[in-house]
Write a protein that binds this ligand. Structure first.
Ligand code: IMP
Length: 459
């Protein structure tokens, strides 16, 4: 049920009390992106974080980009959980994440400076390490795919080594885990073996095999291990203990549902389970601890990198959304592909994640359009219209979107703070989303700043 409230969650008190061990109830919440990423999850997590004991990342790596704007100052992180700038809220990088030691060390330093004190960050000893050779491999594989004879077949990855690091996790014998950074002797033997196996592969891909220098990598890794020692632990046990003691966890999904390795627009996806499906395996918590699911979507659609995008507008509409929404990648700076809202894809994402409440972000970007279009069906090659989201990327590439057009709103809404003060056109648009997705809108964002938020209901 929707309850109207003007109280900012940042002002409300953290709620204590939790779940007796063994109950099917949980006081935790998952925040997941429902489109192709960059929905504004960082802002939602920053808003909700004071109500929780810890923010837990369970997937992805430095391919994610979360921006939080506080008092006009921009704080961008890639690997660090988004709640890090709240004192008293623990940050946890759980086992499902792939950790680039260089990135996390630099983000720890930046977050500590912003906080004016030490960050409370713990990293799972079971998380996997992204090595320099993973980034080289990512780069070379993309280059090879882009030079394909008939067509550019690249995925458009962030080149942060994510795919190769997860591949090594699946290979097992060529993987390095964060816990290994604390065992120099074992690590030395491991890296020698791995480098020997990798050098010919990297050479064959056209990369400089010098990135596989076991002794240089050993020095870098053990140095990182010394700096991270106090933060590396068994986060699965820790999180289970926190829940048993009544603690509340906020799970932060990196990337987004339509980029999920199993459920996204394969093969144009990332290499982890970004949907809520990734939480149990990526944290070591039982599925019943996932709790409430807060889905996050933009008021329109964007995508970075390659892959099907039925509602993409490669025209003045797309340009206008890109300019007004500043749609350029946080991680790579690439211009994002832009288009209308796709309710077919969103309904699929809502169902997959079991979404309880929606946060609609960047609504202000749509001000000034006479009309707004939303995709309500896909016309397939045989002329029929379906509301099913296909599993196959080539099938999705072949559909034509069927649109419903509604009146837009002319008024700028960046200063609006309550639902009732929204222009009628904006409210109608939100009500259409609620009605078609069957989920209430609890949060509306009308600008990048923490304060530019309409909070209707967050429980
Ligand atoms: P990778 O995760 O770097 O392997 O990239 C795979 C695909 O996912 C590419 O199309 C990326 O642009 C996309 N991607 C990965 N992370 C994000 C994200 O956080 N936001 C948007 N797109 C992402």
């Amino acid at each position: 049920m929707i309850t109207d409230t003007t109280q900012s969650p940042a002002q409300s008190q953290p709620q204590s009390g939790g779940t007796p061990h063994g109950s099917t109830q949980t006081a935790s919440t998952a925040v997941v992106g429902l489109q192709w990423g960059d929905e504004g999850k960082g802002k939602v997590i920053d808003l909700l974080a004071p109500r929780f004991d810890a923010v837990v990342r369970y997937n992805g790596g430095a391919n994610a980009g979360h921006t939080v704007v506080i008092g006009g100052k921009k704080h961008a992180f890639h690997l660090m959980p988004s709640g890090v700038l709240h004192q008293g809220v623990r940050s946890v990088i759980a086992n499902g994440v792939v950790v680039d030691p260089t990135v996390i060390l630099s983000e720890i330093e930046r977050a500590s400076q912003a906080l004016g004190g030490e960050v409370d960050l713990l990293i799972s000893d079971r998380a996997h390490v992204v090595m320099p050779y993973h980034k080289a491999e990512d780069e070379m594989r993309e280059q090879i795919l882009s030079a394909h004879t008939d067509k550019d077949r690249s995925i458009g990855t962030t080149k942060r080594g994510i795919g190769p690091a997860y591949s090594d996790k699946a290979h097992r014998s060529t993987a390095v885990r964060v816990g290994d950074l604390l065992r120099p002797d074992l690590l030395k033997e491991k890296l020698e073996r791995i480098c020997e196996a990798k050098r010919p592969v990297l050479s064959a891909l056209g990369a400089d095999p010098a990135v596989c220098d076991a002794s240089a990598l050993h020095e870098e890794c053990t140095e990182a291990g010394k700096k991270l020692r106090s933060r590396i632990c068994d986060t699965g046990t820790l999180l289970n203990e926190m829940i048993s003691a009544g603690g509340r966890l906020l799970f932060e999904g990196a990337n987004a549902t339509l980029l999920d390795l199993d459920h996204g627009t394969f093969p144009y996806v990332t290499s982890s389970n970004c949907s809520v499906c990734g939480i149990p395996s990526g944290t070591g918590l039982a599925p019943r601890h996932v709790g409430r699911v807060q889905g996050v979507l933009k008021a329109y659609s964007t995508r970075v990198g390659a892959g099907p995008f039925p509602t993409e507008r490669d025209d003045e509409i797309g340009d206008r959304i890109r300019t007004r929404g500043n749609e350029f990648g946080t991680t790579t700076g690439r211009p994002r592909r832009c288009g209308w809202l796709d309710l077919v894809a969103l309904k699929y994402a809502v169902t997959l994640n079991g979404v309880d409440s929606l946060a609609v972000m960047l609504l202000d970007v749509l001000a000034g359009f006479d009309e707004l279009s939303v995709c309500t069906g896909y016309r397939t090659s045989d002329g029929s219209v379906t509301d099913r989201f296909p599993a196959d990327a080539s099938a999705l590439e072949a559909v034509t979107p069927v649109y419903e057009t509604v009146p837009g709103f002319q008024e700028e809404i960046t200063g609006v703070r309550t639902w009732d003060d929204l222009p009628e056109g904006a409210r109608r648009y939100l009500e259409l989303i609620e009605q078609r997705l069957g989920v209430p809108v609890g949060i509306v964002s009308v600008g990048p700043d923490r304060e530019q938020t309409i909070v209707r209901s967050i429980d």
